[in-house]
Design a protein around this ligand. Structure first.
Ligand code: SAM
Ligand code: SF4
Length: 350
């Protein structure tokens, strides 16, 4: 069985994955140990594949979890539900004033989870040292082009210089190896594949390309128009020798390639064309306190209401377990019946 195939579902949960005990197990036996927490749905960029140029109706402040509420749910995840990795994301997490305190609360937990951040990098020059001091283990900075005009076309803001300065600041602060996430769009920044790799090789950043997924606010994504992993690898191979990195991939979504014999690598996350749902170990918490068992889930489970009504840690943990049991075997993007989730990527947390 390959990592993307799933065993037959257990229609009735077993005692060891029933609410009340244990970790976040679904009916297919997958265990979620990697928690993605969205800290805000707001952003200072408008990347075409994620947010419309006019922005979105932001969540009302009262609906967004407070810093203490986020810290509590992360603690429950780690202490009661077996979460071992916590990644803060958004929207743009650097827009969250309490970010450093939230990171510090997560890194103080026992057992100590790995704590990481996905950001567009704008503002890192200011906050990278404090994040490092708070114990942040890893950082991913999104960068889709090195061309100022194309950056502005793609992100609808003239902020390339801030992103590049943010990357350098992360490296100076010791948040290494700094990873770079890039999404390529046909006819816009496909031509940036090789320049991005060269730039990352030169600066010691680890580059990973992510296939564009149907999570844009305009629902304009089409399978035929997306730049596939194969397209990306073909382009890169015209300038560099790529050989599969034999290191165990496990549940990591990126397939890695040694560049020009290594040790530098480039990753490709083929979420659409080579989906890895069978090995998925993720669970998600939105900025307004909803658990999503999948990026593409069409249902969410509300933790904020019970939390604010006085639920105990155990009760909240139980709700989270139940939310996990209903996880579907795969995202079904290739299925004709596939329906894009109501929220775009920026509101779910990438
Ligand atoms: N604002 C931060 C950033 O851009 O890194 C964090 C949130 S963003 C939603 C997280 C990641 O999701 C980014 O690397 C972004 O490129 C990626 N992303 C957003 N929309 C996407 C889409 N439709 N398909 C694939 N990746 C997407
Ligand atoms: Fe903002 Fe990140 Fe979405 Fe770009 S990908 S619009 S930086 S949340």
């Amino acid at each position: 069985m390959t990592s993307t195939e799933l065993p037959t579902p257990r229609l009735r949960p077993r005692a060891d994955d029933a609410p009340g005990t244990g970790g976040l197990v679904d009916r297919y036996g997958r265990v979620a140990t990697d928690l993605r927490v969205s800290l805000t749905d707001r952003c200072n960029l408008r990347c075409t594949y994620c947010m419309p140029p006019e922005g979105l109706a932001w969540l009302p402040k009262v609906e967004v979890l407070t810093d203490d509420e986020v810290a509590r749910l992360v603690r429950i995840g780690v202490e009661q539900l077996g979460i071992r990795e916590v990644r803060f994301t958004g929207g743009e997490p650097l827009l969250r004033p309490g970010l450093v305190g939230i990171v510090a609360a997560a890194t103080a937990l026992s057992p100590r989870p790995e704590v990481s951040l996905t950001t567009n990098g704008i503002g890192l020059t200011r906050v990278a040292p404090a994040l490092a001091a708070a114990g942040l283990d890893r950082i991913n900075v999104s960068l889709d082009t090195l061309d100022r005009g194309r950056f502005q076309q793609l992100a609808h803001r003239d902020r390339l210089a801030d992103v590049l300065a943010g990357l350098a600041a992360a490296q100076r602060a010791g948040l290494t190896p700094v990873k770079v996430n890039a999404v390529l769009m046909r006819g816009i920044n496909e031509i940036d594949a090789v320049p991005l790799l060269d730039f990352c090789l030169e600066h010691g950043y680890q580059l990973r390309f992510i296939e564009q997924m149907p999570l844009d606010a305009h629902h304009a994504w089409t399978r035929g128009e997306m730049v596939t992993a194969e397209d990306i690898l073909t382009r890169l191979s015209q300038a560099h020798d790529l050989a599969p990195d034999v290191e165990e991939r496990g549940s990591a979504p990126a397939e890695r390639w040694l560049v020009d014999g290594g040790p530098a690598t480039v990753g490709v996350i083929a979420s659409v064309t080579r989906s890895f749902c069978g090995a998925c170990d993720r669970t998600r918490l939105t900025a307004d306190g909803q658990v999503r068992n999948c990026l593409f889930a069409r249902e969410e489970s509300d933790l904020r209401t019970p939390l604010r009504e006085g639920a105990t840690d155990e009760e909240l943990a139980d709700r989270w377990r139940v939310a996990t049991l209903g996880k579907l075997p795969g995202h079904g993007i290739d299925d004709p019946s596939f329906l894009q989730p109501a929220r775009p990527m920026s509101a779910i947390g990438g």
